[in-house]
Each structure stands twice: as C-alpha cells, then as structure tokens.
Write a protein that binds this ligand. Structure first.
Ligand code: GLU
Length: 534
C-alpha cells in the first residue's frame, strides 16, 4: 500500500487536495520560501517552514470542520481557520534577561538568557533550558514552537516553551554555574515566566538534574516558599528531591521506542524492503551525550549493531558493533569516548558512512542539502531537535528514506517529565498505593482459575502467565511503571502519525504527518476555547 502511495505522490502536488473540495488558501510566508532550497537556513525559519507545510496540507480539512457552525459564512470559516493557523506560526511571549556575575578571578561578566512561550492553549507550558554559545532569542523561540508540537504529538496537556543561557558551561566553575542558574531563575520568576502552573523547565543541551535542583531550591527559598507544589517548578530533578526513576534515560529510551514502532511494522518496513526488527541492523549515532548514549544502549540491547559513534572531538568505528554497555563503563570513568580501545578512531565522516540506521542525537542542522545525497542510511531517527534542514529532508524523502522526526522521536523526555510533574502535584510516587495489589490480583486470579480447573479434572495443565502478563505482574517498581506508560504514549502517537500519513497520502513524509497530527489537536483546543483569549 505504501509503495503504491509513493508512486501516487510523484504525480501529486505536495499537499493533498484530493480529499476535500475546499480551496487551499494557506500560503507559506514569503520570507520562508527560500528555506526549501537553502543550504543553511535560519533555524527558526526551518521550524516555521515545516509547520506551514503541514498547515497547507490540513487547511481544507479544518475549513470543512468549521461546517459545524452553520450560521457562519464561508469567508468567516476561512478567516477563523487562517487566524488560528497564523497564530500557531508565531510566538506568544519571549523575554531576554541580562545580569552581571562576578567570576572567580574577580572580573565581571554580563550573562544573557532567554525564555519563550509559544502557544498557551494548555498550561503550564513545558520546555528545557539549554546552556550553549549559540543560544539566542530566535533559536529559543523556534525550539519553543517545536515543544508545542511535540507535546501535542504525544498527547501531553502542555503548551510549548524553551529557555537558554548563552554560555559555554565548560568555561565556568561549578560555583559560577550555580550563580548563573539561580540568577537566571530569579529573573524569570520576577517576570512570571516560570512556575508550577505557568511554565515548567527541564534539562536540555548541557543542563541536567544538577541545574534542576538549583532551580527548585531557588524557587522554594524565594517565591515558592508557601507553594505546596513547589517541587513541580521543574522536571528532570534528582530522584531524591522529587524526580522520577527513568527520567534521565527517557529521551534515549523514547528514540529507541519510536524507531521500534516503525521497525516492527511490516507495512512500513516494506517501504524500505527490510525485514522487521533490529537484529543485524547497523546503526551510526551522532552525539554520545544523554540522548545519544541511551538511544545507543537501547538499540544495542534490542539486537542492533552500533557500528559508529560520532562525537564533537572523535569518531569511533567498529564494523562488528560496539558493546555499548561496556562503553558506558569506560565513559563513566574517563568522561569521554576518546581512547576506547575496542573500536578504532575513525577519520571518515560517519554521517555519510555505510549504515542502515542513522541517529542524529547532538545538535541542529547536521543533515543538509550538502550531505543528504551521500547519506546511506534508510532509516533516520532524530534524537536531537531540528537536525535536518528542509532542503536536506527533501533529498532524503525523494531517495525513499524513512525519517522519524524530532517532535515524535525525542518526545520520550518530555513524556516522562509529565509523569514526574504528575507525581509532584499528586504528592505520591507511582505504584506506592496500588502496584502490589495489581500483581496480587493477577497471581490470585491465576491460582483461582487453576484450583477450579483442577477440581474438574486431575490432569488439567496449570495455566501460567504469558510474557505480557508476567511483565504487568512484575511492573511494581516506579521505573517499570514509567517504562510501560511511556510505551503506551509512544504507541498511540505512532498510530496517529501513521494514520495521518495514510489519510493525507504523505507517504514517507513522516514529519509532515506528525505536524498535522499535532496541529489538529492544538487547533481544536484553540478553536473551542476562543482564540482571542490566548
Ligand atoms: N529538553 C527536552 C526536549 O527538548 C525535554 C523537555 C521537558 O522535559 O520539558 O524535549
């Protein structure tokens, strides 16, 4: 079926006017038109471009939906749809904060930080905080928009936000980083930009549980001292101060699960002419930070061969596969993959090396029109936010590559953040009240069935729990509950994306399918709550 869709697609315009007879009015804004061919587009422009392509695809369907208002004239329906679609293409609020710090050597430095709220159709908003030199307002705004679509994609009731501080954290002592984090937190609190019911940050590039614990502490000692939900000011906290088991590895785990939901799907694998499953699939990963390392670990444990790892300072290669758990032990001690002796240091550009699966898990704009033609992988799992430019993606789609897009592929992190948030505002950890009783019910039920059956006949074989039931029975630890809930979330989002790909005949354009799947839900929330109130 997908192959036949692929043939149809070449004959069709890129949006899908076959489904409904309403005219498509939504235009890609003039300033974004060059993005489709741009070698190095502005990051914000490429995110908006992806969104507007999806908006074009879905607009006729949305206008049709407005027929539920029989009193509205056609132009009014069109105007309402356009207003909401345009609203989704812009950012509600963005702040820049600048503050001085005194460095260890006595010098003064002005630090710049940002926080952007994209669409407030659901509160709180949600999005990480990154520390990097390329952080600027336009990038943070674009990343906030990705968060809105990401949360909607996996059905989380959040608007999207993002923050960042423009520093290279390696150049600062731990004390200096703590000062910066606490001051940045205060600046955002004073402006009502963060809070458990407003906007809840989380780790992102170069931040982690340590930074989150500084933020919670700063909030609890100042603005939040009377707030019973104060620990919900951020997610991604250390477990002992209200974090959740499984959050640290969640984004990488989600990358693996997202890939798995396509790799185990016969119909989608036919498109690649692949057998289902991970066994013997060769994988190259770019980035071995939090996302890349855990994504590699999970695909390795699922049976794939991780043959290459590209880091900013070194690339490792082993055609027989690298034992990622062994590499984890090495990195734990050395804090780098450099010098790992069970793989060779490669001078080759690993992004374009021979492999089946590529997982860009580092940074944005690494797959562009410059290298897309040379990419050998047939399946790309976007662990990073925005690693592929529209011009790069166009080439890949034409080559028949299946690209699982960031807004779905790396949504595992924010999904488990949501579980952590629920744990915090519910003031009870997962499984504390009922997991033992669930496992007892399963055991007692099996016992009871067996007793009854044996009363009927002596040689009745004992009924045992199958693999799935055993997993549910053993699901009593918080980490297991988190894993199983994440699985449910990823499965339902994958089903939605696949459905949109079929419905709008988008073939292998999974990004557009994912944006459409997300934007429909945001549209409905905005439309039914009255857009002028946002
Ligand atoms: N920084 C992560 C992301 O980009 C996680 C965000 C969160 O947990 O709020 O998805």
């Amino acid at each position: 079926m997908l192959r036949s869709l692929a043939r149809i697609r070449h004959r069709m315009p890129s949006c899908c006017p076959l489904l409904v007879s309403v005219r498509n009015e939504h235009k890609i804004p003039e300033k974004l038109q060059s993005v489709e061919t741009d070698k190095d587009p502005e990051f914000s422009a490429m995110v908006l471009y992806y969104y507007h392509k999806a908006a074009q695809t879905m607009e006729p369907e949305l206008i049709k939906e407005m027929e539920k208002y029989p009193h509205m004239k056609a132009e009014e329906r069109q105007a309402r749809v356009s207003a909401i679609l345009n609203m989704l293409g812009s950012v509600s609020t963005s702040v820049e904060v600048n503050f001085p710090i005194v460095r260890k050597n006595g010098t003064y430095e002005i630090i710049s930080g940002y926080r952007s709220h994209h669409v407030r159709h659901r509160l709180p908003l949600k999005g990480g905080i990154r520390y990097a030199l390329d952080v600027n307002e336009s990038e943070v705004k674009a990343l906030a928009a990705i968060m809105t679509f990401k949360c909607a994609c996996v059905n989380l009731p959040y608007g999207g936000s993002k923050g960042g501080v423009c520093i290279d954290p390696k150049q600062y002592t731990v004390d200096e980083l703590q000062t910066i984090t606490r001051r940045y937190t205060m600046e955002l609190l004073k402006r009502n930009m963060i809070g458990p019911g407003i906007d809840v940050p989380a780790p992102d590039v170069n931040t982690g549980p340590r930074e989150m614990s500084w933020i919670v502490d700063q909030y609890q000692k100042t603005f939040g001292y009377k707030d019973i939900n104060s620990s919900a000011i951020v997610t991604g906290k250390p477990v002992h101060i209200g974090g959740i088991n499984g959050r640290h590895s969640a984004t990488g785990r989600g990358v693996w699960k997202a890939g798995d939901l396509f790799l185990q799907d016969k119909e989608w694998m036919e498109l690649l002419k692949w057998k289902t499953g991970w066994e013997d699939k060769r994988v190259i990963v770019q980035g071995f930070g939090n996302v890349g390392s855990f994504a590699s670990k999970f695909v390795h444990e699922a049976g794939a061969k991780v043959i290459g790892i590209k880091e900013f300072d070194v690339s490792l290669y082993n055609k027989d596969g690298i034992d990622i758990n062994d590499l984890f032990e090495y990195v734990e001690e050395k804090k780098t993959i450099k010098g790992y002796s069970k793989a060779e240091e490669s001078k080759e550009e690993l992004l374009t090396a021979d492999t089946d699966i590529l997982m860009p898990c580092a940074t944005q704009k690494v797959i562009t029109s410059e290298n897309a033609n040379d990419i050998k992988a047939k399946l790309i799992l976007e662990g990073a936010n925005g690693p592929t430019t529209p011009a790069g993606e166009k080439i890949l789609l034409e080559k028949g590559v299946l690209l699982v897009p960031d807004l779905y592929c790396n949504a595992g992190g924010v999904t488990v953040s949501y579980f952590e948030y629920l744990k915090n505002i519910n003031h009870v950890s997962y499984g504390k009240m009922n997991s033992k009783s669930t496992s007892q019910i399963i055991t007692e039920l099996l016992n009871s069935i067996n007793e009854s059956m044996q009363q009927c006949s002596d040689d009745y074989p004992e009924i045992k729990a199958n693999k799935k039931l055993t997993k549910i029975r053993e699901c009593t630890r918080e980490a297991d509950i988190v894993d199983s809930a994440l699985q449910t979330v990823m499965e339902s989002a994958a089903a939605g994306i696949k459905h949109m790909a079929h419905k709008f005949e988008l073939c292998n354009d999974l990004r557009r399918a994912a944006y459409v799947w997300s934007a429909f839900k945001i549209f409905q929330a905005l439309e039914s709550s009255g857009i002028s109130q946002q």
